[in-house]
Design a protein around this ligand. Structure first.
Ligand code: SDX
Length: 428
């Protein structure tokens, strides 16, 4: 707690509000007593200046383009760690020993199957249903099958539910893809790594053996790491708000998936690749840059800009390098990658983007890699949700285990009619 305070005078009455320090980053002014003292609320739609909680999971410095998970820089984790190890780190706060990692991985592996009855859920969807619609439905339905891990006040049930969610998302995601292409579901295999298992469940067919390409496994695992957690973004805040009411973890994660789907958030990776394909060739870039700058045109450069990063998103840096490596190793020559790189260069030298501090974000290059691996664009946000599940679950556990946590219930600035009497219809 900082020894300094903020002083606010309202209507002649002066009150002090404590200023609190984090371990690093912006301080906060504790306004919890503001309404009791002044009868006024703070006003911050979009929460541009509001800290909703304290958290020790992820730190972002938007001006410096820094992203730390439990203190470790995302670049180091992406290059040296694995998604399973980063998942352990987010959930437990420290990097695991070899024995701890092995035990955690084995636990996750043994939760990858889903209740067989859940496969009937898929048959209720049209084959052309967006896989994010399927994810919302099937993940929400998990609470109907795993009653023995829905008591949020029991740490052991929270632990099992957390492992079930992390473990089953790849299986559910792969099944959504298989259903969309009319191929049979592929069951998980316990002799494969988390990411290799997911790729095999997605791309293998019963008619032949499937060899997982280590280049693709490495790229996919890196993509999962880059998407694992990101402070109090919209979908994480949704999970926390849902969880604050005591809702079960499966329902909370389903709420997070729904929020992530939006094109301003996790849906941007699908929208960014569709945009790059619509642009098509480098010579058409100026037309789209002009549209992005035109106030009367709702078009935005998808994969560009960020609420927090006013510098390069460090994940985009890793993503661009991974895209280059994967396309080279897979021998994929995708002109879209050239369009993306040229678009980035033009935008980063354009006064509009410089003034508004708009840089590529995590979603700008991810689609190039996912497309090269063979995923349809509709699956991109599903992959984001798969990876972000560990972040959502870790944030949810952090909130639930905080003895000070209470139900989230924001107030408003009311702008509707004042009280008036009902008028019968024959008198209107
Ligand atoms: C993710 O929060 C997170 O951490 C999210 C995420 C995570 O890991 O969880 O990082 C993942 O969601 C990344 C963001 C993916 N979304 C997109 O790429 C969609 C395109 N980007 C924009 O919609 C926008 O940049 C947001 C939504 C990402 C951020 O919006 P803000 O912070 O509310 O900023 P804003 O909309 O107020 O924009 C500020 C100005 C505006 O111009 P003015 O009204 O001030 O004149 O910048 C302009 C905007 O018009 N602007 C853009 C732009 N993004 C912002 N102009 C053109 N193209 C863009 N992409």
């Amino acid at each position: 707690m900082s020894d300094n305070k903020a002083t606010l005078t309202v209507g002649g009455d002066t009150q002090d509000y404590a200023i609190m320090d984090g371990t690093v980053g912006p301080q906060v002014i504790d306004v919890r007593k503001l309404y009791a003292n002044t009868g006024m609320f703070t006003y911050d739609p979009g929460f541009t200046s509001t800290a909703s909680c304290d958290s020790g999971l992820t730190y972002i410095d938007g001006d410096e383009g820094v992203l730390l998970h439990r203190g470790y820089p995302i670049g180091q984790l992406a290059e040296q760690s694995s998604f399973m190890e980063v998942s352990y780190l987010l959930l437990n706060g420290e990097l695991p020993s070899a024995k701890e990692l092995d035990e955690f991985t084995r636990t996750i592996t043994r939760h990858t199957m889903i209740h067989e009855q859940l496969t009937t859920f898929y048959r209720g969807f049209r084959r052309d249903a967006h896989p994010m619609a399927i994810m919302c439905g099937v993940v929400g339905a998990l609470s109907a099958f795993y009653h023995d891990s829905t008591d949020i006040n029991d740490p052991e049930q929270r632990r099992i539910a957390s492992h079930r969610l992390i473990a089953k998302m790849p299986t559910i995601a792969a099944m959504a893809y298989k259903y969309s292409v009319g191929q049979p579901f592929v069951y998980p295999r316990n002799d494969l790594s988390y990411t290799a298992n997911f790729l095999r469940m997605t791309f293998s067919v019963p008619a032949e053996e499937y060899e997982v390409d280590p280049v693709v496994v490495d790229a996919m695992d890196k993509i999962f790491i880059l998407h694992a957690d990101h402070e109090q973004n919209a979908s994480t805040s949704t999970v926390r708000l849902a969880g604050s009411s005591g809702a079960n973890p499966f329902a909370c994660i389903a709420a997070g998936i729904a929020c992530l789907w939006g094109p301003a958030h996790g849906g941007a990776n699908e929208a960014a690749l569709n945009m790059l394909r619509e642009i098509g060739t480098v010579d058409r870039i100026p037309e789209y840059i002009a549209r992005a700058k035109n106030k009367d045109d709702p078009f935005r450069l998808m994969g560009f800009g960020h609420r927090v990063y006013k510098n390069y998103d460090p994940r985009a840096t890793v993503m661009q390098k991974t895209a280059k490596d994967v396309l080279e190793k897979l021998g994929v020559d995708d002109p879209i990658f050239d369009v993306a790189k040229e678009l980035e260069q033009i935008a980063l030298n354009d006064p509009y983007f410089i003034e508004k501090k708009l840089y590529p974000n995590v979603d700008f290059y991810s689609g190039v890699i996912l497309s090269a691996i063979g995923f349809p664009t509709e699956m991109f946000t599903v992959l984001f949700a798969l990876a972000r599940t560990v972040g959502w679950v870790a944030q949810w556990n952090e909130m639930i285990s905080d003895p000070a946590q209470k139900i989230g219930r924001p107030r408003q600035l009311y702008t509707g009619p004042t009280q008036r009497d009902y008028v019968p219809v024959d008198k209107r």
